[in-house]
Design a protein around this ligand. Structure first.
Ligand SMILES: Cc1ncc(COP(=O)(O)O)c(C=O)c1O
Length: 435
């Protein structure tokens, strides 16, 4: 029996036994094979994964099971805002885990109270009036809460039950539960799951006139991303967001900004909408908030905050002490290390580097805001370049068949940005010479 066959037998024996303990082997290549085999056998096949087993992270770097280090510009899909395993986040989680992990929302806890106050302060600084929060466990859930609040605000608080429609943009992404999916204006996500909830309609993104035509006395809310993330990293024109604010206010609808991917400093301001000088009624946050722990948040300004009353919405895990304590540490780090401001300068450096690559290799374009950037190849080669970049030590993902997305942690150093651009340049050179 050769080595490959031995590994195969060992993996099969272990998966058959359902042991699930990959650490059983000290041999990293066997461990890698085990993890991949068990994942492929026991997890439902919802994800297309890159062929890497990651075991450790620090700052903007991650290590695979074989000890190889990578610059992580996938960044946990915008989650690793303050980097992997920031010591302050690790210490906060360790302390809280030893004190109290969960209580349910039938009781008060200090981390949730403090986190609500901290985020409300940020919203107030951005101009929202008397903000209040609801904690969920993900971006999808934060969006779901916003949609429910918008409908209840119209039906119950305003007494307009006919005002139930939610308008979203084509190319948007708001999540995968039925409500958030109905708001997601992309056929490829909705196709296999009909019928979806009623009362959703879609308008072209960045088209204020079309939005003006769509908003009516039936509109409960308009939901928008300030930069469409999953839709290919497409920034909204400031004028578009301003028009959305004016039109919704004039016609009695709420404006929801889905800042799940853009929020918490990624675009160079705490909330991306601040760059357009507007104040939405509702803000959805998640991704980087918990430093890797699952947490989502809905921020509601007055008067929309009247939309929920006791019993109208809930979550067992939402606002649990562990995730909230981690989030408080993330907010501390953002402030202490002045990462929000730094995201502007670092983002500009990354953008300039990507734009230079786009020009040198004759690609479509670089685009983005702050540390949310994309390189549009103009041809369906993104998956191939992702693989080549990984071989060169850089993790990125393909947000569409033509486009690479780069979401580096805000703690990424200027040297690491240069290093990433170098790896991408080598990957693009190899791709070109393979044609
Ligand atoms: C803008 C936006 N909203 C909502 C979501 C859904 O978040 P989650 O995957 O945490 O449910 C995402 C996830 O990519 C997102 O980018």
């Amino acid at each position: 029996m050769d080595a490959e066959e031995r590994k195969g037998t060992f993996a099969q024996e272990l998966t058959d036994a359902g042991a699930g303990d990959a650490s059983i082997s000290a041999d990293s290549s066997v461990r890698e094979l085990l993890v991949r085999t068990m994942s492929d056998q026991y997890l439902l096949p919802t994800y297309t994964r890159q062929p890497l087993v990651l075991v450790r992270g620090e700052g903007a770097q991650v290590w695979d099971v074989n000890g190889r280090v990578y610059l992580d510009f996938v960044g946990g899909i915008a989650v690793a805002l303050v980097g992997h395993c920031h010591p302050q986040v690790v210490s906060a989680v360790q302390q809280q885990a030893a004190e109290l992990i969960h209580t349910s929302n039938l009781f008060y806890t200090e981390p949730a109270a403090r986190l609500a106050a901290r985020l409300a302060q940020q919203a107030q600084r951005a101009g929202l009036k008397q903000p209040r929060l609801f904690f969920a466990n993900s971006g999808t859930e934060a969006v779901e809460a916003a949609l429910k609040l918008a409908r209840r605000f119209a039906a119950v608080v305003k007494g307009e039950p006919g005002r139930y429609e939610i308008i979203s943009a084509l190319g948007s992404f708001h999540g995968r539960t039925m409500g958030a999916l109905a708001a997601t204006g992309q056929e490829k996500y909705q196709r296999d799951f009909r019928p979806l909830p009623e009362g959703f309609r879609y308008v072209p993104y960045n088209d204020a006139a079309a939005l003006g035509r769509a908003i009516s006395e039936k509109t409960a809310a308009v939901i928008l991303e300030a930069v469409q993330g999953e839709g290919g990293v497409r920034p909204a024109d400031p004028g578009y967001l301003q028009a959305a604010r004016r039109l919704t206010r004039e016609r009695g609808a709420l404006l929801i900004l889905d800042e799940v991917q853009t929020g918490l400093g990624r675009t160079g301001s705490f909330f991306a909408f601040e760059q357009a000088g507007i104040q939405p009624d509702l803000i959805c946050l998640a991704k980087g908030l918990g430093g890797g722990l699952p947490i989502g948040a809905l921020i509601a300004a007055a008067p929309a905050s009247q939309g929920f009353a006791p019993g109208s919405h809930a979550s067992t895990f939402g606002g649990n002490p562990l995730a909230c304590r981690a989030a408080l540490a993330v907010l501390d780090v953002l402030e202490q290390e002045q990462l929000v401001k730094a995201a502007q300068a670092k983002g500009e450096r990354l953008y300039q580097g990507l734009a230079a690559l786009a020009q040198r290799f004759g690609l479509a374009q670089a685009r983005g805001v702050g540390l949310m950037q994309a390189l549009d190849l103009g041809t369906e080669a993104a998956a191939q370049v992702v693989d080549l970049a990984r071989e060169e030590g850089l993790l990125v993902n393909a947000v569409s068949p033509t486009t690479l997305r780069l979401l580096p942690p805000l703690v990424t150093s200027s040297e690491q940005i240069q290093e990433a651009l170098g790896a991408l340049e080598r990957a693009l050179t190899r791709w070109r010479s393979s044609l």
